[in-house]
Design a protein around this ligand. Structure first.
Ligand code: PEP
Ligand code: MG
Length: 544
């Protein structure tokens, strides 16, 4: 039995087998080979394996996300078989006597560069696809056994770190827990784990990965941040008891379903849920959230290999709005950039991506992408109670330009005789100190504010939310952060706007009373925290 300690980012326990997540873009070395023939038959075996994986993924995608989204995997299968691509690889193996992995990697680079330099945006996007299929073929050559993504059993995924796009592509039904060597508690992977109700531990350090292997039994304790490998019987029994207690606590909270979010002295508050995909709606309804306070729409872009079209987006937003019936749904416009990257955006590498071209900055720089999303949102608005909010606002001119684009979209829809609701609430996220300091100027321009405490903390305290080494300095309860929230609440109310909090801090029940005393109107949390926050609210007495 060996124990490793990290930081628990979602308090739950899992007992099960380990599956080591193998990133497919493994570093490839150039190796001189003896027999080109042998190398080509290795390549053929790997391609066969890649095709059968892609077929499986295609079938799964067909069931889960529909034909349009699944088509990309059909294209991937065709690309694996593409004559030009295969000729280039075999030619290199034959003429240079190099290993197949190296030939695939170099060919992938050449093809990707060729695609990226084309004028047509569809062809440019194929650059990411050719890299993707090549990585898959290389991964099949380096390890043709199981990978974390395709195992049949529910497993504890162990990785050095997981990018949000890697996390979303895992089969959630098969993940018992996430455990990573690196990462920080405010990273999007940690947030996804919370959204998915999956125990998660981060920051266990590099060493643990070299000490574990696929199939090891382990306990992942998301409360204490401990990972116990090959636990003895007594430890397993203790954890089974803990699992039982946890289930009982959850069952007790179930009694709060249908009850009001009201303090002992009669103050009411909205408790909404945060989601990243339509797959989370079941959890929202199950946990009795009053609405959706944050739909991180960028995950729609991260799950795709190309820009989602207006029709594809409309389908998703419509489904969310219809599933929530009369309940409010606040969709945040695209917040891509920083740690949330999709290859097809082809964003330039930045020195400081968190301070770079992300969120509204990207949308205002590439208005054609933004307008496609706005059109889909306005068109979807007739199917429910929609709120739209804009991320990373810092200056009044940004909001003015954004609102002007909304007006332009409305005019275009009018011209096409396309219906949209005239009752859409418009809001901004308060996630930069600038937005909080200027909240008196922003409040008259919008219906609501939603405080993104994850970024507000990052930018106020100058603490990179991705950096695990500065967690100690990244104090989410810092007085400066709390004062900015309070200032925003005062300014919102002065101008008739309402204010919510949708960052992770909204679920921190040690601050619920503080937020209520500031006059916060809505707390939006991961679905699994809704009832816990309700329980806390119902035990607060603001008249004391
Ligand atoms: C935040 O910054 O608090 C927030 C809710 O947005 P995200 O975590 O997606 O950046
Ligand atoms: Mg944010």
């Amino acid at each position: 039995m060996v124990k490793y300690s990290g930081k628990g980012v979602y308090g739950a326990v899992a007992v099960g087998r380990i599956s080591v997540f193998r990133r497919q873009d493994v570093q490839v070395k150039r190796v001189k080979i003896e027999s080109a023939e042998k190398e080509i038959s290795r390549l053929e075996a790997a391609k066969e394996k890649a095709i059968s994986q892609l077929q499986e993924i295609y079938e799964k995608a067909l069931k889960e996300v529909g034909e349009t989204n699944a088509q990309i995997f059909e294209i991937h299968m065709m690309m694996v078989e593409d004559d030009d691509y295969n000729e280039a690889i075999t030619e290199m193996i034959n003429s240079q006597n190099v290993n197949a992995e190296y030939a695939v990697a170099v060919t992938a680079d050449n093809f990707a560069e060729m695609f990226a330099s084309m004028d047509d945006s569809y062809m440019q996007a194929r650059a990411a696809d050719v890299r993707d299929i090549s990585n898959r073929i290389i991964a099949c050559m380096s390890d043709c056994s199981s990978s974390a993504a395709v195992t049949d059993e529910k497993v504890i995924i162990c990785a050095d770190d997981l990018a949000p796009s890697e996390t979303v592509s895992l089969d959630k039904e098969k993940v018992l827990a996430f455990v990573t060597a690196h990462g920080s508690s405010n990273s999007h992977t940690a947030i996804l784990a919370r959204n998915m109700n999956i125990p998660a531990i981060i920051g266990l350090g590099e060493e643990f990965l070299s000490q574990i292997k696929d199939g090891d039994t382990a306990v992942a304790d998301g409360f204490t941040g401990e990972l116990i490998i090959n636990p003895d019987d007594a430890t397993i029994a203790a954890y089974e008891k803990k699992l039982q207690e946890d289930a009982e606590k959850k069952a007790m909270l179930q009694n709060l379903k249908g009850k009001e979010n009201i303090t002992l002295d009669g103050t009411k508050i909205n408790i909404y849920a945060n989601i990243g995909s339509i797959d989370n709606i079941g959890a929202v309804l199950l946990n009795d959230a009053g609405g959706i306070g944050l739909f991180r729409s960028e995950f729609l872009y991260l799950e795709n290999n190309d820009y989602p079209s207006e029709e594809e987006q409309l389908k998703v937003y419509k489904r969310v709005l219809e599933s929530m019936a009369a309940k409010k749904v606040i969709i945040r416009t695209l917040d891509i950039g920083a740690d949330k990257q999709a290859d097809y955006f082809q964003l330039e590498k930045e020195e400081n991506p968190a301070l770079g071209l992300r969120a509204i900055r990207l949308c205002l720089t590439r208005p054609e992408i933004f307008k496609t999303q706005l059109r889909a949102l306005y068109r979807a608005s007739v199917y429910g109670r929609l709120g739209i909010m804009f991320p990373m606002i810092t200056s009044v001119w940004e909001l003015e330009e954004t609102l002007a684009l909304c007006e332009q979209v409305k005019r275009e829809l009018d011209a096409d005789n396309i219906e949209y609701s005239d009752n859409i609430e418009i809001g901004i996220m308060i996630e930069t100190p600038a937005a909080a300091v200027l909240s008196d100027k922003f409040a008259p321009m919008v219906d609501f504010f939603s405080v993104g405490t994850n970024d507000l903390t990052q930018y106020t305290l100058a603490c990179d939310r991705q950096n695990p080494h500065i967690e100690r300095f990244c104090d989410t309860h810092h007085e400066a952060v709390l004062r900015l929230i309070e200032m925003s609440a005062e300014n919102a109310h002065k101008h008739g706007a309402w204010i919510g909090i949708c960052g992770e801090l909204a679920a921190d029940t040690s601050l619920t009373e503080t937020f209520l005393r500031m006059g916060i109107d809505e707390l939006s949390v991961s679905p699994s925290f809704v009832l816990k926050v309700r329980d806390t609210v119902r035990n607060i007495n603001l008249s004391e």
